[in-house]
Design a protein around this ligand. Structure first.
Ligand code: UDP
Length: 364
């Protein structure tokens, strides 16, 4: 990461990717200021860092002015990462106005913070900027095929607007900017109620509930394990060359949803049945990143196979489910959670109480 001790701001730092990023930065010796509004981020994701003196956790929404929130002692910031936004379709569609504002106003506020503190700025953008792509696999030069008025537009168009803003800051010499387009990423600390295919299928398989496949299941995605993605983000932020465009980060190993389901069923030794559900509106048919640019600029390629990543993810969800299920199942053997077991477990995992001494992590 460089010789001098860095000060980093991670917006959305208590979320799935954000918490892994905070952890990686802290273990590289940085001071980290994590900002989160806890809409989809969770204090539980930061639990292992609660005694870390180099972490400041700020409960705030990036759509509001940020300057008053920085500790007074912080005048200079080296790196600002903007990971603040709900990222799964059910979560970002639950409050579409807030999703759009988070991307546009939130990005503007974080760019302003970077400009004021002299920080390099990285936007976590998304493969959703390519919409339902007509070019396959997707290179960064592809402009995308996005429905600007559909239910995904708050996120797709919000991220496209955020990218436009970031590149204007760059062109105007107001910031040293980086943009990562992140493709489907999975791993420990995804929310059980995230609503995305990996977390849904794994929790359903572990609970013995029906597995929901939307549409035919022949649509494809390319799944990247979280550790690989964090490595890519750090390399892109540290990149000192003069390439000024967006960079795809994702695993090019493409797979149908149906094949993903059968792998999870096998790895979890689950006998869950598959049921069909309607395909969501504007659900992309095929998605796979072209990562030639990331490989060339950053020397980055994903290392974790889907098999290994899924095993780790299944182990994580199994441990979480065991922790919340323990009080009720004590003495009742290791039986499956049964009909609706997954939804009961989800509700419990969502509401799991945070001990008071952990809440005191939060300022102001
Ligand atoms: N999907 C599914 N069952 C689920 C959740 C999602 O079949 O329980 C499908 C969804 O329709 C999409 C793919 O899996 O085709 C990936 O969906 P996800 O929400 O994980 O990511 P995104 O659509 O944002 O790529």
């Amino acid at each position: 990461m460089g010789k001098t001790r860095k000060t980093c701001v991670v917006a959305g730092g208590a979320g799935f990717l954000g918490s892994h990023l905070c952890e990686a930065l802290l273990s590289d010796g940085a001071d980290v200021i994590c900002i989160d509004n806890f809409r989809t981020g969770r204090l539980a994701n930061m639990r292992q860092l609660r005694r870390e003196p180099r972490l400041a956790l700020v409960e705030a929404d990036v759509i509001n002015p940020l300057s008053p929130l920085l500790p007074r002692s912080v005048r200079r910031v080296d790196w600002v990462f903007n990971l603040a936004c709900a990222a799964s379709p059910p979560h970002y569609q639950a409050d579409p106005e807030h999703t759009m504002l988070t991307n546009v106003i939130g990005t503007r506020n974080l760019l302003a913070l970077s400009e004021r503190t002299g920080a390099r700025f990285l936007l976590a953008s998304t493969s959703e900027v390519y919409g339902d792509p007509q070019v396959h696999p997707q290179p960064e030069s592809y402009w995308g095929y996005v429905n600007p008025t559909g239910p995904r537009a708050c996120y797709d168009e919000g991220k496209r607007a955020a990218e436009a803003l970031v590149f204007d800051y760059g062109r105007l010499g107001r910031g040293d900017i980086r943009v990562a387009r992140i493709f489907n990423t999975y791993g420990p600390r995804m929310r059980a109620d995230d609503g995305r295919v990996v977390s849904n299928v794994v929790t359903q398989a572990l609970a013995g509930d029906d597995i929901t496949i939307y549409g035919s299941g022949e649509q494809t995605r390319s799944f990247c394990y979280v550790d690989d993605l964090i490595d890519g983000l750090l390399r892109l932020m540290a990149y000192d060359g003069d390439y000024a465009g967006a960079v795809n980060l994702g695993n090019p190993a493409e797979i149908t949803v149906r094949e993903l389901v059968s792998r999870v069923l096998r790895l979890a030794a689950s006998e869950s049945q598959i049921v069909s559900r309607p395909l969501p509106v504007d659900d992309p048919q095929r998605r796979r990143p072209n990562i030639a640019l990331a490989t060339q600029l950053l020397g980055w390629t994903p290392r974790v196979s889907l098999e290994r990543g899924l095993k780790k993810t299944i182990a994580y969800f199994a441990a979480e489910a065991a922790a919340v299920a323990l009080p009720k199942t004590r003495g009742s053997g290791k039986g499956k959670a049964g009909v609706n077991g997954a939804s009961t477990l989800l509700a419990k995992m969502k509401d799991a109480a945070i001990p008071a001494d952990e809440r005191s992590l939060i300022r102001p």
